[in-house]
Design a protein around this ligand. Sequence first.
Ligand code: ADP
Ligand code: MG
Length: 319
Amino acid sequence: MSPEFPATPSGSPDSIASAPGSADTDPLISDADALRVAVLSEALPYIQRFAGRRVVVKYGGAAMVRHDLREAVFRDLALLACVGVQPVVVHGGGPEINQWLSRLAIEPRFHEGLRITDDATMEIVEMVLVGRVNKQIVNGLQLVGARAVGLAGCDGGLVRARRFGDGSHGLVGDVAGVDPSVLTPLLEAGYLPVISSVAPDASGQAHNINADTVAGELAAALQAEKLVLLTDTPGILRDRQDPASLIRHLGLAQARELIETGIVAGGMTPKTECCIRALAQGVRAAHIVDGRVPHSLLLEVFTDAGIGTMLSGSPRVSG
Ligand code: ADP
Ligand code: MG
């Protein structure tokens, strides 16, 4: 046997983990191989811990638009499912909705950062989200070997909507209730549910709901281990202009304070609020993660360091 291929690997996973580029470099294994082994080895306790547990992922932002990032997210989700984690995807519509509204000459209108959704707009939102975006995600997941199934809020009575706020946003909804029973047999059979954030109210009228909000309520109803929100910032920043001001860990009280003081604003508000609600209802940890970083989902779930902002009942717990 050549010296490059030792009969037995030397060193514990821990010593291998510290090998690349360090003084402990083992001459029998290249730095690149040591890194590969270290990564796989570091994932083991996480795989063991999360197998059979549910992880709800809000999919959106650049990770939904850029082709390379889309593929990376699909592969991460397929890998999670493959090692026994039960991922559930919730998605918004991103730029697709605006593209179709402009093709059909319907003017997008916004009020306080939220889309005003009249009847004509809602028809397009539903067609684009449920008919097109949802199926593109399902198809992309199938192509990398996951067994994905697309659902909207109406399927099996999964999500019920009510009018958001004072109703001035039209058919924008809030979550009135979640019945996750349709998901249980799918998850147990190894399917990966992909859910679009459109749901009917009590009269059957479809409403457009913020996908973060749907993801948070679903995570709570499923008693998920984790809620992961993929977005286009490194996480919650103390100073929005400074990526270095990332807040890595947050407790519930601190998170509420950031909303009250306006440090968290705009689209980060529903994200932070839904994390708080999910945690208060028993979800173990919620993460706001940069979807522009390739494989950010795997980094968050399967590595010690994690990335982004983690919200948990206690600010110091990691995992
Ligand atoms: P998504 O499309 O992923 O839902 P949003 O645009 O709705 O993303 O929300 C994220 C945005 O929230 C950021 O791009 C940023 O402009 C804004 N934001 C407000 N407060 C903060 C904060 N403290 N840290 C980071 N982003 C913030
Ligand atoms: Mg948003």
